[in-house]
Design a binder for this molecule. Structure first.
Ligand SMILES: Cc1cc2nc3c(=O)[nH]c(=O)nc-3n(C[C@H](O)[C@H](O)[C@H](O)COP(=O)(O)OP(=O)(O)OC[C@H]3O[C@@H](n4cnc5c(N)ncnc54)[C@H](O)[C@@H]3O)c2cc1C
Length: 405
C-alpha cells in the first residue's frame, strides 16, 4: 500500500500519468496491520537503527532508513489523517489505539490517488517480454501487463493472511537468490511441565542467548509462560537466534528473572531481613519485596529444593546460593520454536545483494522492484518491521514511477 501510494503520488509530481494497480491474494487487504501490536498497530519506533534488524547488509538498511526515516513515517501518517503517539517504551501507536485507523487511512489514500485495488488475485506467474511484465493467476482468470512490478508479497509467517511464499518463486523466476528462511519473533517451545503449568503468568526478564558458552545477545522485556512454552516480547525477540542456530554450537537461552537486581543486592537484602525478622518466609520475601508472581515463586522454590514454609532464619547459605543461581541464571529447556503459524516475521528472504539500495530495483531485471518482508531483513519487536515495510515501499514506489519512460 505504501509503495502504491508513493508511486501514484510521484506520478502526479512528475505530471506523467501512470496507472497503478495493487493486487492482493486476499479479498481483504492488510490483515497483518489489523492483527499487529495487539490490534493497536505499533507503526514505528522513536529510534530505528540497522542493529535493530537481522539479515542483510547494515549499509543497505542504513541507507533505506535515511531515505524514509521514522520521522518521515510519522509525517506521512499525519498527512493521511493518522496521529501517532509515542509511548514510554519508544513505540509509536495511533492515537486511536486501533490498527483499523491505520488500515483505513492507507486504503483511503490509495483510493484518493486513483490506485486500482484488485483483491482476490493470487499472482502465480510473472514473466517479462519486450520490456513488459505479464502477471497471471493460476486459473488464468486474471492477467495484466505492466512496465514495472514491485513485489511486496511478504514472507511465510501467518500464511492464512496471504503471505504464503509465492512471491519468492516469482522472484526466483528472474534469477533472484532466496536466503534460507526461518520463523522469527515466534514463541519458544518447552517440555518442562513446571513452566507449562504457569501458563498465563507474565514477568519482566532478561533472556540471554549463548553459543558455545559465549553470550551473543540479550533482550530485556516482558515474558509470558504459556501451555506450550514461552512467549512475550523477550522470548519472541530471542527466537530468531534459536531458530538460526546449529545444535553443534550448543545454543542455550538463559533467563534472569530479576533483571532489575543483582545477585549481590538480593543477598544483602536477605541479610538485612534476617537481622530484622528471622521468621519471615523466603516465599514472602520473593513475592512481596522482589515482586515475583506467587505461582512462579512456588515453582522456583521447588526447583531450589526449598520448602514453602522455609524461613529466612533457617535457610542455609547453600540453599540461598542455589536459589540465587536459579533466579539470575536459569538455563531454559527449549525444544524449538513454534514456527510460521505464530511467527510475527520471517527471517531470510530475497538476497539484498541483488537489489539496489538507492532504488529497491532488482540488479538482475530492469523494472522489477522489491519492498517489505519478502527481503532478507527481519526486525525485532517494536515497530521495526513496519518501518522496514514503509521505508522500502516508499523508495520502491517512487523509483518505479521515476523509471517509467
Ligand atoms: C501477529 C503479528 C503482529 C505484528 N505486529 C507488528 C507490529 O506491531 N509492528 C511491526 O512493525 N510489525 C509487526 N508485525 C510484522 C508486520 O506485520 C510485517 O512485517 C509487515 O506486515 C510486512 O509487510 P509486507 O507488506 O512486506 O507483507 P505482508 O503484510 O505480509 O503483506 C503481503 C501481502 O501480499 C499478498 N500476497 C502474497 N503473495 C501474493 C501473490 N502471489 N499475489 C498477490 N498477493 C500476494 C498477501 O495477501 C499480503 O496481503 C506483526 C506481524 C504479525 C503476524
Amino acid at each position: 500500500m505504501t509503495a502504491a501510494i508513493t508511486a501514484a503520488h510521484q506520478a502526479q509530481i512528475n505530471a506523467k500519468p501512470a496507472q497503478i494497480v495493487l493486487l492482493d491474494t486476499r479479498e481483504k487487504i492488510g490483515a497483518k496491520i489489523l492483527m499487529s501490536g495487539g490490534t493497536r498497530c505499533n507503526v514505528t519506533n522513536r529510534e530505528v537503527k540497522p542493529s535493530d534488524f537481522g539479515g542483510g547488509s547494515s549499509h543497505f538498511i542504513r541507507h533505506i532508513l535515511k531515505a524514509f526515516s521514522p520521522e518521515a513515517t510519522i509525517e506521512f501518517f499525519k498527512k493521511i489523517g493518522v496521529e501517532l503517539v509515542l509511548e514510554p517504551s519508544g513505540k509509536f501507536f495511533p492515537k486511536t489505539n486501533s490498527a483499523q485507523t491505520v488500515l483505513d487511512a492507507l486504503l483511503h489514500e490509495t483510493k484518493q490517488l486513483g490506485v486500482s485495488l484488485k483483491t482476490g488475485v493470487r499472482v502465480t506467474k510473472l514473466t517479462k517480454e519486450n520490456n513488459l511484465f505479464y502477471l497471471e493467476n493460476a486459473d488464468h482468470t486474471f492477467n495484466l501487463s505492466s512496465h514495472a512490478v514491485i513485489l511486496t508479497t511478504g514472507g511465510l509467517s501467518y500464511p492464512a493472511t496471504g503471505s504464503d511464499g509465492t512471491g519468492y518463486s516469482l522472484a526466483k523466476g528472474f534469477g533472484h537468490t532466496l536466503i534460507a528462511t526461518y520463523p522469527a519473533l515466534t514463541p519458544l517451545l518447552t517440555g518442562e511441565r513446571d513452566w507449562q503449568r504457569l501458563s498465563g503468568i507474565a514477568l519482566e526478564v532478561a533472556l540471554s542467548f549463548f553459543k558455545n558458552d559465549k553470550k551473543i545477545r540479550e533482550y530485556q522485556d516482558s515474558f509470558l509462560f504459556t501451555h506450550f512454552g514461552f512467549s512475550g516480547p523477550a522470548a519472541l525477540d530471542i527466537s530468531r537466534h534459536w531458530a538460526a542456530s546449529d545444535p553443534k554450537d550448543k545454543p542455550q537461552i538463559v533467563a534472569n528473572f530479576l533483571p532489575g537486581q543483582s545477585a549481590l543486592s538480593v543477598k544483602e537484602h536477605f541479610q538485612i531481613i534476617q537481622t530484622k525478622n528471622q521468621n519471615r518466609l523466603i516465599r514472602n520475601i520473593l513475592t512481596e519485596d522482589l515482586k515475583l508472581p506467587g505461582r512462579f515463586v512456588e515453582v522456583i522454590l521447588r526447583k531450589a529444593k526449598i520448602k514453602p514454609d522455609q524461613t529466612i532464619g533457617k535457610c542455609p547459605n547453600e540453599e540461598r546460593q542455589v536459589l540465587s543461581r536459579l533466579l539470575f541464571h536459569y538455563p531454559l529447556e527449549v525444544r524449538g520454536v513454534y514456527g510460521y503459524q505464530k511467527a510475527e516475521v520471517t527471517a531470510g528472504g530475497i538476497d539484498l545483494s541483488e537489489v539496489k539500495f538507492q532504488t529497491m530495483a532488482s540488479k538482475l531485471t530492469d523494472g522489477l522492484y522489491f519492498a517489505g518482508e519478502i527481503l532478507d531483513v527481519d526486525g525485532r519487536i517494536g515497530g521495526f518491521n513496519f518501518q522496514w515495510a514503509w521505508s522500502t515501499g516508499t523508495v520502491a514506489g517512487r523509483s518505479a514511477v521515476n523509471s517509467l519512460k
